[in-house]
Structures are given as C-alpha cells and as structure tokens.
Ligand binder design. Sequence first.
Ligand SMILES: [Zn+2]
Length: 115
Amino acid sequence: MHELSIVEALIEQVTGEVEQAGARGPVTRVHLAVGRLSGAHPESIRFAFELLVPGTRLEGARLRIDEPRAVCRCDDCRASTEIEEFVVACPACDGRRVVIEGGRDLMLQTIEVEN
Ligand SMILES: [Zn+2]
C-alpha cells in the first residue's frame, strides 16, 4: 500500500511547515487534494493517516480529502467529459485525439494549528 509512504511524507511535510512557521500548538486540521487519477485511494490514505499520526504533531487532527476530477477533452467532437480513470479514447465519440486535464495531483492544501 503506497499510501503509507504518501502519508509518511505528508506528516513530515506538515511537521516541517508548522515548525518553520513557529507554531506551537497541535495540528487540528489537514486538508488534502487527491486527484482521481493520482493513483492514491482516499480511504487508504485515511487509514494510513489514523495509523501513523499517533505520537506526531498531527495526532487528533481532522483530515479532509477533496477529490478533484479529471476531464477528457476531445479534439474530434469537442466534448469535455468528466472521467474517473484514464482513458485513451473519447467517451463520447471514441476519437483518439484526446487531452486529459487535471486529476493527477496529490497536494497538501491547508494546515490548521491550534495556538
Ligand atoms: Zn469525442
């Protein structure tokens, strides 16, 4: 489950950022964006988070996960179709001249710290 290493890196990043900001209190909220095409599963991230945060500054923090969608734009029929997984052809016309936009990123959006 590569979500474990994702969450390990996340904890490290959050810890680093709150320390750099000079915040003293515990982290109360973490907001993540996990794109539909990022290959990571929000449920697994949640599981790994609960498993790994005890003993860190993120212990007890609430995790919010947004799942930005991806869009398939087709140069043949001009359709823009929201997709949940990678496609090689347009879902509308089966054309191959498609561009996949968005949905790939896994990003830390915001951190809230109690002061
Ligand atoms: Zn099309």
